[in-house]
Design a protein around this ligand. Structure first.
Ligand SMILES: *Cc1c(COP(=O)(O)O)cnc(C)c1O
Length: 392
């Protein structure tokens, strides 16, 4: 491999026209609203933990913003995925369809239920699941028995499908809803990266039985650590609340737990931060879109590089800005990573594909050639909302 230094220097120039010089992180949170006020209020009240009003308020505001009937706040997005899968009936010896190109939590949550991830390929326009090729795969390897989809090769029930909205770009939700219906699969959206993203005018996370959000420090808004389940089903929302709060029956003094629950409740102090962050969300989304426009202007002049934009009919939150190298430039990825990071411009490749990790190397899968190709060509570039504010 030969490093094309002039081309890489052009890239870094174009990048720093937008981000400025010096150390530029990949994504930093922004606390420019009522964060201090609500946190102080929370401390003054002494209700920092499992009791307090901010959790309720955060859930109400989240439901309002996303259009979900119910939101249940929990400790992190991974816990939300775990509970969503468990309440969807995923159990030991099941399989669950998940992308190979996602953060490891999507597959780990499947494993927490004792089930096995079954890896699905992506397509290039959304970076989400390739619905048409998945359909062909399922037609080939599965059959419907009663109201279950059975993998004929492994004998296991394929219970659910968990598409992920990569970097905030909505997947093909119409296609996924239809496929899930045809193959009797429960649809759970991993919308951890996609708060503020809309598919044909509807917020993502409400198309299936559950949607899952994350408020980790590097996401669009943060509660320090946190997550939420979205659902339109009242019974499931209540059960999710119950299961994530140790399954304790309401009683003035008695400790009676009617099933094996989890301590997945979001502490009040995290929810206080979340309430303030949610107020800032519309502004953050504008800044992130501005940043995309700025990058488009400066990186658009370079050859061999495409900036990913929102899929047709969708509005993305542009959580992480992403470039794709053309085939002829894929051999420059490592050099590009080295050079940008040395210059202080923090860039990152895509996750190692999950089917290549030791925990999942034996898991069933479809042909994953698109993800394998994309893994060689995707690069996340500095994406903090504050960069969009500076630039506009
Ligand atoms: C961030 C993320 C999660 C997990 O969220 P945590 O709050 O960090 O547990 C799950 N899936 C995807 C795709 C994510 O990006």
């Amino acid at each position: 491999m030969k490093v094309d230094t002039p081309w890489i220097e052009d890239f870094v120039d174009a990048l720093s026209q937008v981000t400025g010089q010096g150390e530029v992180p990949l994504h930093v949170p922004e606390f420019s609203g009522n964060e201090w006020t609500y946190l102080k209020d929370c401390l003054d009240s002494t209700f920092v933990s499992s009791v307090g009003q901010y959790v309720d308020q955060f859930e109400v505001e989240l439901a309002k913003f996303t259009g979900a009937k119910y939101a249940v706040a929990v400790v992190n997005g991974t816990a939300a995925l775990h509970v969503a899968l468990e309440l969807s009936g995923v159990q030991g010896n099941d399989e669950v369809l998940v992308p190979t190109m996602t953060f490891v939590a999507t597959a780990n949550a499947v494993r927490y239920c004792g089930a096995t991830p079954h890896f699905v390929d992506c397509e290039t326009s959304t970076l989400g699941m390739d619905v048409e090729r998945l359909r062909l795969h399922l037609e080939r390897i599965s059959e419907i028995r009663g109201d279950q989809c059975v993998n004929r090769q492994t004998g296991r029930v394929i219970r659910a499908i968990v598409p992920m909205h990569t970097f905030g770009h909505p997947s093909d939700l119409n296609g996924l809803v239809k496929l899930a219906h045809e193959f009797k699969l429960v649809l759970i959206e991993d919308a951890a990266e996609a708060l503020g993203s809309f598919y044909q005018g509807t917020h993502v996370g409400v198309f299936g039985r559950f949607g899952v959000l994350s408020f980790n420090g590097n996401k669009t808004i943060t509660t320090g650590g946190g997550g939420a389940l979205l659902t339109n089903d009242e019974r499931l929302a209540k059960h999710a609340k119950h299961l994530t709060t140790t399954a304790k029956r309401v009683h003035p003094w008695e400790y009676f737990h009617d099933e094996v629950g989890y301590n997945y409740r979001m502490p009040n102090i995290n929810a206080a931060l979340g309430c303030a962050q949610l107020e800032q969300l519309p502004k953050l989304l504008i800044e992130k879109r501005n940043l995309y426009e700025q990058y488009k202007k400066s990186l658009g002049k370079l050859n061999g590089v495409t900036l990913l934009n929102e899929p047709e009919g969708c509005r993305s939150n542009y959580w992480l800005q992403t470039i794709m190298l053309s085939e002829g430039r894929q051999d420059q990825l490592t050099a590009l990573l080295e050079f940008t990071n040395k210059k202080g411009q923090m860039t990152r490749p895509i996750w190692n594909l999950l089917h290549t990790l030791p925990s999942y190397s034996n898991a069933p899968r479809m042909d994953l050639r698109c993800a394998q190709d994309m893994a060689k060509s995707l690069l996340n570039i500095p994406s903090s909302a504050v960069l969009g504010r500076v630039a506009c």
